[in-house]
Ligand binder design. Structure first.
Ligand SMILES: *Cc1c(COP(=O)(O)O)cnc(C)c1O
Length: 493
């Protein structure tokens, strides 16, 4: 049976359900499938709906789940919580195809995996005889937080603690999180950036003192970040789904190659594309689009990963990341050498730099500046009436650069990761509006609605009138202590 191992060489081999419960390996590594399962036959996917297709793609990765369990999770996750019956519709505009991954409850692609992860957790807890309260730690650059709160809302036996960087998320993102109701939801503003939140979370997940307190309290940790393999596996499905939709609309012949362009931050979305390729999807290029924090596009072009640079605050905040956690998984799959991965991660922790040659695996690193991103929003709207969000626009601008430099005419799918209404201030800028203030101000979604003649999605239209329930703030130095206090007060039974 397929087992999961740590990227850093810890000797245990565990099932998919155990890996999902743990979130991170005891040595700080990430769980990866020991090998890739057999290739998936594409033809049989064509007539499936999203939930059935997702089941078919996930099943080989999760052999310890029964058909009833896994299909049940998929059907419950990918249903009427999404505002489009296709779940992830494919829209052709401006000579490209956008796979819209933002039709879930929080209007960003994180819903694709976080709608199903809590269901995996419940099933996994049952399988592994875990009856302790599961505390889900989440660090977010803006979108994961609310998607996790939404996904875990009302899920028995779990509580979610979300840490987000204060002042570095959009008004809509912040209110989505801080107005969350329910007694298993907790939100902490950290005075720092996303990388700080991620570091605090990883530290808490493996800190012996914290874990001891947790044990005494009869609780256990897991993570809803893309370090959890239970986030990655469901994401693999929509690459196959996009392919099936491309074939059905006649944009691709069955078996022909396709490119995907992915706006990238923590490298989780695009890594799922690599997994899809390993499972037999004919992917030619995975175009890794970066914003001005172009640590990844530099890595693919120079073979050096170097996080020693200032983090730039951009209009695509979910990509403002210098430590892309999931790259560690690619290093493992490519090198097949956990000792080497551990050495590289140690080097990253100490010097902020490592060298690694990941060429020959289909990745292309491309970046787009803020100006190029804004221009892309305006151009695509002028050409086709299609409105991209700022992250999707980074991908579009990067794809254009790649396609013209490489002369690559392969059909291309851009992964569209957020609704433009989530980042309305900057989208309006891209549309040429003379806006003043910042994305942290209110009223932008309504102004965007007026500009493009589309109503604000109901899910965010009344945010300003909701009560802010989570006002906790901590300096980044004090956040780990907060987590300890939190464990001590939370109801664990
Ligand atoms: C999270 C996110 C990204 C980046 O995805 P990764 O998996 O972290 O690379 C891009 N766009 C949006 C809107 C996001 O929320």
């Amino acid at each position: 049976m397929l087992k999961y191992v740590s990227t850093r060489g810890h000797e245990e081999r565990i099932t998919s359900s155990a890996a999902i419960l743990r979130g991170i390996a005891p040595d700080g590594g990430l769980y990866v499938p020991e090998e890739f399962p057999e290739k998936i036959e594409l033809g049989k996917l064509l007539e499936m709906d999203y939930a059935r297709l997702a089941y078919s793609v996930m099943k080989p990765f999760m052999p310890d789940f029964t058909e009833d369990e896994l299909l049940g999770c998929a059907r419950a996750a990918y249903g009427d919580k999404f505002d489009d019956p296709l779940i992830a519709p494919l829209v052709s505009a401006a000579d490209v195809n956008f796979l819209e991954l933002f039709h879930g409850p929080t209007l960003a692609f994180k819903d694709m995996a976080l709608s199903i992860l809590p269901r995996f957790m419940t099933v996994s807890a049952g399988k592994n005889g875990v009856s302790k309260k599961i505390i889900i730690l989440v660090s977010t650059s803006g979108d994961t937080g609310k998607a996790a709160l939404e996904g875990f809302a009302g899920v028995d036996g779990t509580a979610a603690l979300v840490m987000y960087p204060v002042g570095k998320v959009s008004r809509v993102q912040e209110l989505q999180m801080t107005t969350t109701e329910g007694d298993n939801a907790f939100v902490l503003g950290v005075e720092g950036n996303f990388d700080d939140c991620q570091t605090i979370m990883k530290r808490a997940l493996t800190d012996p003192g914290v874990l001891k307190t947790l044990e005494e309290r009869g609780a256990t940790f897991s993570s809803a970040n893309s370090i959890n393999i239970g986030r990655l596996i469901p994401q693999t499905a929509y690459y196959f789904y996009a392919y099936a939709l491309m074939v059905k609309k006649g944009a691709l012949k069955l078996g022909a190659e396709v490119n995907f362009t992915v706006p990238t931050g923590n490298f989780g979305n695009i890594l799922a594309g690599y997994y899809a390729k390993k499972m037999g999807l004919p992917v030619k290029k995975l175009i890794c689009a970066s914003n001005e924090n172009k640590v990844l596009s530099d890595f693919f072009n120079s073979r050096t990963y170097d996080k020693n640079r200032p983090l730039i605050m951009t209009a695509s905040p979910s990509m403002d990341i210098l430590v892309s956690s999931n790259l560690e998984r690619l290093l493992f799959h490519v090198s097949k050498d956990a000792g080497r991965v551990k050495a590289l991660m140690d080097s990253l922790a100490v010097t902020g730099v490592y060298d690694f040659d990941a060429s020959g695996h289909g990745f292309e690193g491309v970046c787009a500046t803020q100006e190029e991103m804004l221009r892309a929003i305006g151009d695509v709207f002028a050409k086709s009436g299609y409105v991209m969000d700022t992250h999707t626009a980074v991908a579009y601008a990067s794809y254009e650069k790649y396609a013209s430099a490489a002369g690559d005419k392969t059909p291309n799918v851009i992964l569209s990761t957020a609704s433009p209404f989530k980042f309305a201030f900057d989208v309006l800028k891209g549309l040429g509006e003379d806006v003043e203030g910042s994305g942290a101000d209110c009223g932008w979604p309504e102004k965007l609605a007026a500009r493009i003649g589309v109503a604000v999605p109901p899910r965010i239209s009344n945010l300003e009138t909701r009560t802010v329930r989570h006002t906790g703030r901590r300096k980044k130095e004090d956040a780990l202590d907060y987590i300890k206090e939190f464990i001590n007060i939370i109801q664990t039974r």
